[in-house]
Ligand binder design. Structure first.
Ligand SMILES: [Zn+2]
Length: 466
């Protein structure tokens, strides 16, 4: 079975074919770092991390880029209000972001580019757009002309005239068409600024993603992802910039996650109902939050309430309980099982069903349903008073494997990870001391626990055998 992805660009589910056979180039729009992230920001972090994990499970090598917007009006405003240097403020909130998402089981990106570290590439990108006639400089600002890009509006499915009707030129803006958007903004007195061919200033928001995607992934990428609210104008403008310059498709698949509501209301400043991720993490098991987030398909809206979070906690508990009951049964040493072959086949079938759910546009909600079915079968097996260690191990391994694909770890697993690292260290020490007997012993011990060691040029790596 191959993966299908709902592509916002074509408004259809399409078979996934990456540009290079076994590699995936993926770009996700990251946060503007002037505040702690709210629970709505945690959603794309978790869902696109899960997409990445599933692609990796399917043996793709994924290059994952998530940018940090570390200069913009809101950041400058926040730094001024807090009497802090812009860079100190952004460093602080980048660290806070990484701490939050790490707790939620999000893997670190391959690259985390920042605007302030990509300035040369951004300036070159803008210069080339001017040379090609898609952009113009006026009194220190540079604007892009969407009207010149004939496919403008294709992502958000709007015509240029519909868009024109809603656009206005604000006071102080020097653009010649209301649709034009800024690639470069002239610095105001005393503001953080960079030298450019147009004088001191800083880039607009949209251009950074076009420049970073090109720098780290190339002119055409496989998957571009972000929140639904970014479709217009941000992603529409990214497409216009990149395709105008490179004369190639920018991204083959556009993925957008749905909105998140709090108690059935949109999160908004006026309602003052922002729930910070760090506050939730202080009160709840991060894995429950992740489980909750994945219990709804990523394109659907998700409603956050205390009751629903409690429900997710109970659901996750059901799966955990099955796992620990299996563990407990292993201590009974009779090791007798009936129809073991059938049970093993059934367990494998659950994995196939799980894959089928995930192949269908990463349907984690259905994937979790399969996990419940697996847990239910485990309970039936235990109710029959069966004790085949082979079957019990197979149940446990499958539960762990499927949870891990979703980026969810059982508590014991995390401890185990530390134990694994410690054993690997001990094995390396043994080898250094030419104690090969002990080194082999450790390797065998890990193998028994389905941990496979690989000696690489970068040192020893390990993986769980599915
Ligand atoms: Zn972006």
């Amino acid at each position: 079975m191959s993966i299908t992805i709902y592509n916002t660009l074509t408004r259809e589910k399409e078979k996934f074919h990456p540009i290079q056979k076994d590699k995936v180039m993926m770009y996700v729009c990251g946060p503007t770092v002037y505040n702690y992230i709210h629970i709505g920001n945690a959603r794309p972090a978790i869902v696109f991390d899960t997409v990445r994990r599933y692609l990796e499970y399917k043996k793709y090598e994924v290059t994952y880029v998530l940018n940090f917007t570390d200069v913009d009006d809101k950041i400058i405003e926040a730094a001024k209000n807090q009497n802090e240097k812009v860079q100190d403020l952004t460093n602080r909130f980048i660290d806070a972001y990484l701490t939050d998402v790490k707790q939620l089981g999000v893997k670190e990106a391959t690259y985390h580019p920042r605007v302030t570290e990509t300035m040369d590439d951004i300036i070159v990108f803008i210069e080339q757009l001017i040379e090609k006639g898609y952009a113009y400089a006026v009194d220190g600002d540079v604007y892009f002309k969407p009207r010149k890009f004939s496919e403008y509006g294709k992502l958000s499915d709007q015509s240029i005239d519909e868009l024109r009707a809603g656009a206005r030129i604000k006071i102080g803006e020097k653009k010649s068409d209301p649709l034009d958007f800024a690639l470069w903004k002239k610095a105001k007195e005393g503001e953080m600024a960079w030298d450019s061919p147009w004088g001191q200033g800083r880039p607009g928001w949209h251009i950074e993603c076009s420049a970073m995607a090109k720098k780290y992934l190339g002119e055409t990428i496989d998957i571009h992802a972000g929140g639904q609210d970014l479709t217009f104008p941000h992603h529409e403008n990214e497409i216009a910039q990149s395709e105008a310059l490179n004369e190639k498709p920018f991204a083959n698949y556009w993925m957008h996650n749905g909105y998140m509501n709090i108690d059935n209301e949109k999160m908004s400043k006026s309602l003052d109902n922002f729930v910070l991720t760090k506050d939730l993490l202080a009160q709840h098991d991060p894995m429950v939050l992740r489980f909750f987030m994945l219990s709804v398909h990523y394109r659907n809206p998700i409603n956050f309430t205390d009751e629903l979070l409690e429900g997710a906690k109970n659901s996750f508990e059901r799966i955990k309980t099955a796992y620990y009951n299996l563990e407990h049964r292993k201590q009974v040493s009779t090791n007798i099982g009936q129809n073991s072959e059938e049970w093993l086949a059934k367990i494998n079938l659950h994995q196939q069903n799980f894959e089928q759910a995930m192949d269908d546009d990463f349907n984690t909600a259905n994937g979790i349903t399969v996990l419940f079915e697996l847990a239910r079968d485990a309970n039936i097996y235990l109710d029959e008073n069966q004790t085949s260690v082979e079957v019990i191990n197979a149940f446990q391994q499958k539960i762990v494997l499927l949870l891990n694909i979703l980026g969810i770890q059982l508590e014991e697993e995390q401890l185990l990870e530390e134990d694994i690292e410690a054993l690997i260290k001990e094995r390396e020490e043994a080898r250094k001391n030419k104690d090969y007997g002990r080194a082999d012993e450790i390797r065998d011990l890990l193998k028994e626990k389905n941990i496979i060691l690989e000696d690489t040029a970068q040192g020893v790596r390990w993986r769980r055998e599915g």
